[in-house]
Write a protein that binds this ligand. Structure first.
Ligand SMILES: Cc1ncc(COP(=O)(O)O)c(C=O)c1O
Length: 311
């Protein structure tokens, strides 16, 4: 999940279709195809300050997922992965950020209405902004209050859930809105088979009877890059992590629940549907993983330096 409120997006420059433009000029036409039919794919990355300067966390994996998402939607991206990587560095530098969230977007633009996509209309942009959500950095002792959503997580038979596509997020936004309306911070979604899938914008892990478990990719979740990083960190720390289906009841009886994602980082769930998890406070495993993750992303743990791309 992201922070509880909407992120305040502010920057000097945005990269659009090959050049940096002032924030106020980064506009699209009202007949942009993506605006009508959700034909856009995107990524969310973070740049962190490290002892050797600002570095982007797992840049290659994010760009690979971006281009795979575009491929699933048959988008002819007019830039190479290397050009998008260069655009990301350029945009961060132009905004003089040392830490920020980064949002590359590829979308069908202008060139005709109707479901048929514009043949030459694929456009791209890179935005970045400061977005601090780190729970451990904020010294919080309680985590998110969540509810199991009445909305089912979209099914891979209806839409490609492995694509990080804008269209998938209408489902997530409905879940998030419902959670907020009902007084919670975040939603946890079940899949069509009633098994635990993920939060609206984060993967989920549960500690139960000493084991750390996360739903498998076959549960219809996004193949999260933080999920992959956390699994590696748990194993390197001598722990075991299992991928198997979880029922809703497994959440209520969990010792700890935490959500992971680029925006959310490692965020604990300390209440679900009015039931206290981990006695309503941050669990020891969640806390340890928050510390280890922070070290990994900020270049303080040399085992993970290979995950960093310096600006
Ligand atoms: C639906 C969903 N699941 C999981 C994640 C976590 O993915 P990642 O760790 O690659 O940021 C996100 C991130 O935005 C997401 O939107």
């Amino acid at each position: 999940m992201e922070g509880a409120g909407a992120a305040a997006v502010k920057s000097e420059k945005i990269w659009m279709n090959g050049s940096l433009v002032p924030y106020a000029d980064a506009r699209v036409h009202v007949l942009t195809h993506a605006l009508h039919y959700s034909t856009a794919v995107f990524e969310g990355l973070r740049c962190y300050e490290t002892p050797k300067g600002p570095a982007i966390f797992r840049l290659d994996e994010h760009i690979e997922r971006l281009f795979n998402s575009a491929k699933i939607y048959s988008m002819k991206v007019p830039y190479s992965p290397e050009e998008i990587k260069a655009a990301i560095s350029e945009t961060i530098k132009a905004n003089k950020f040392t830490e920020c969230y980064i949002r590359p977007l590829i979308y069908y633009g202008l060139g005709g209405m109707g479901l048929t996509v514009p043949e030459h209309g694929t456009e791209a942009s890179v935005s970045c902004w400061e977005w601090k959500t780190g729970e451990s950095a904020a010294g919080k002792t309680t985590g998110a209050r969540c509810k199991v959503s009445s909305w089912t997580r979209i099914d891979g038979r209806a839409q490609p859930v492995k694509a990080k596509a804008a269209s998938n997020y209408a489902n997530a936004v409905l879940a998030r809105m419902e959670a907020h309306r009902d007084g919670y911070d975040e939603a946890i979604m079940l899949n069509g088979a009633g098994k635990v899938a993920e939060a609206s914008a984060a993967n989920i892990f549960v500690k139960r009877r000493g084991a750390i478990i996360t739903p498998p990719l076959s549960s219809g979740v996004l193949e999260g890059i933080t999920r992959d990083s956390i699994m590696r960190i748990i194993r390197d720390d001598g722990g075991e992590v299992l991928e198997h289906d979880l029922d809703r009841e497994d959440l209520y009886t969990a010792d700890e629940i935490f959500m992971v994602g680029t925006a959310a980082e490692v965020k604990s769930v300390t209440e679900l549907d009015g039931v206290n998890i981990s006695s309503g406070s941050l669990g020891a495993t969640t806390k340890r993983l928050q510390e280890l993750y922070t070290k990994a992303v900020t270049g303080a743990d040399e085992r993970y330096l290979g995950w960093l791309t310096y600006l």
